[in-house]
Ligand binder design. Structure first.
Ligand SMILES: [Zn+2]
Length: 143
């Protein structure tokens, strides 16, 4: 069941708004979406179409596709932004830092040498070197 207050369910259930929700790609069981509040440009997330909280209870077919999509994300980011490295991972549960704890999702974050300074924040203002619309347009062409 989609949850009305879940950002992933909202985006997943409204394909007509993919461009404004920054949904890059829809697979059989998962979709790829830009993080609206990225710490760095190109921060992607892959989430199941279904509102699932437990990674280890998800069907193998679904998590296999998630890994395949993670590879595609890495390739797309590498070809577009030429990062020096990547962080790929999940925060499962609020204690682990999950912003949306009850709809698990995989983060793919490109990294550059020295980007910790680049990402530094002033108060709650994050430094965004590129507009989300620009990131979306660039990456959309890769999927
Ligand atoms: Zn959800």
């Amino acid at each position: 069941m989609p949850h009305a207050d879940c950002i992933f369910c909202l985006a997943q259930s409204n394909p007509a708004a993919d461009a404004t929700n920054f949904v890059l790609y829809r697979g059989a069981g998962n979709f790829i979406i830009l993080n609206r509040y990225p710490y760095i440009s190109g921060h992607l997330m892959i989430a199941p179409n279904s509102h699932l909280s437990e990674f280890d209870e998800a069907p193998k077919q679904l998590t296999d596709e998630m890994m395949d999509l993670a590879k595609r994300c890495q390739s797309a980011l590498r070809a577009t932004y030429h990062p020096d490295g990547f962080n790929i991972g999940m925060n499962l549960g609020r204690a682990a830092g999950a912003g949306v704890a009850d709809h698990f999702h995989l983060h793919i974050v490109p990294r550059w040498n020295g980007d910790t300074n680049f990402m530094s924040t002033v108060g709650d203002t994050r430094v965004l070197p590129e507009a989300l619309e620009t990131t979306f347009r660039k990456l959309k062409a890769r999927f």
